[in-house]
Write a protein that binds this ligand. Sequence first.
Ligand SMILES: C[S@@+](CC[C@H](N)C(=O)[O-])C[C@H]1O[C@@H](n2cnc3c(N)ncnc32)[C@H](O)[C@@H]1O
Length: 365
Amino acid sequence: MPLMQVDTRQALGRNNVAVLPRLASREDESYLDYVESLRSFVLDGMRFDQQLATRTGHLEDTSEPPEERLKKVREAAAEMPVAQARDRLMRSQQEMKWRRICSSLDARRDIHLERLKAAEGRGPARLELDPDFEQPQYANVHFHLQPDGYYKDPLAGFRYHYGTKVFFVGDNDKDQLHASLVENHLPLPADGRVERILDLACSVGQSTTALKQRFPAADVTGIDHSEPMLRCAHHRAVELGVDVRFSQRLVENTGFEDNRFDIVFSFILFHEIPMRIIRQTLAEVRRVLRPGGMFAVYDFMMAREMTPAQLYHRYFDSRNNGEPYGDDFCYAGFDSLLREFGYQQAAPGKRLGTTQAWYATLPAS
Ligand SMILES: C[S@@+](CC[C@H](N)C(=O)[O-])C[C@H]1O[C@@H](n2cnc3c(N)ncnc32)[C@H](O)[C@@H]1O
């Protein structure tokens, strides 16, 4: 039995902020707050990174190939008992998180499905689903261990949203992460023209709505392949009263006309698609971005720039946290890939914590 009974209206969101799904009971929310603090403890409180740094100081020298440095970092970590504890806790806190999120959302499954249904056809946000859409095989992955992955369960969007609340340890409680990227770390195209914006792989639409809030006169579209993500994104934008469009499309084959967009925005997509699809997506963005437009990509930093601890975390995540394509991206050399596809730097890239921002544009042909 849930400790607290909530009605449909209350179920709209935890603290009714940014329509983060409200869980079935305060007990569940409290448990997930505990998991969030456990995560924070594993990341910082255990001081694993500092201990590893003490043993691997000389491997900070990034002139050595990252594959070589990683090998030595793993050898050093194998001698550290705390590394095993850290790895087990990293895995366990993810499993604890998903178990509780799923059971809590399932306890009120009918209400959540009703919420999605009630949003259908409501504005100002619009939703376009493709009845003939076929999910690509490479997307059939339980990213970050999310049960059923991104598209098989109708509540996948709500699961993902609460999952990222815990994952970002406080930075995603009120959409502040997405709002900050859009408000503070998105340069304009050189000519300042922003009429149409594409949010690539928008999931639950937090950057899509933030983009509309920054550029109220622009036409803003978020695309994703997952119907449950898009339904959740649409419901969320309806609740927030933001006029954006969500459309079920593939990032590597969007179906939009040439030169349509002034800005193409992409937050943490590229490390979740295989290299073949990364390349197709770069070609597709080159087609739909107008010359002089802004292609802003925020994703994991490159392996060659990582500290020993970051190399260790990335290795662990790729194998034990449902990130099978993470290495494709991190070891690729994204700058040279962008150049290979004809992009030029539009503004100097930026490091934002462990995320890197790339700002690219296309010359007039
Ligand atoms: C890590 S999430 C992206 C995060 C999102 N930009 C955000 O801010 O929450 C990855 C998203 O990419 C979507 N996705 C992955 N591959 C895709 C593809 N080929 N086409 C469209 N969407 C894709 C997934 O469904 C998922 O919603």
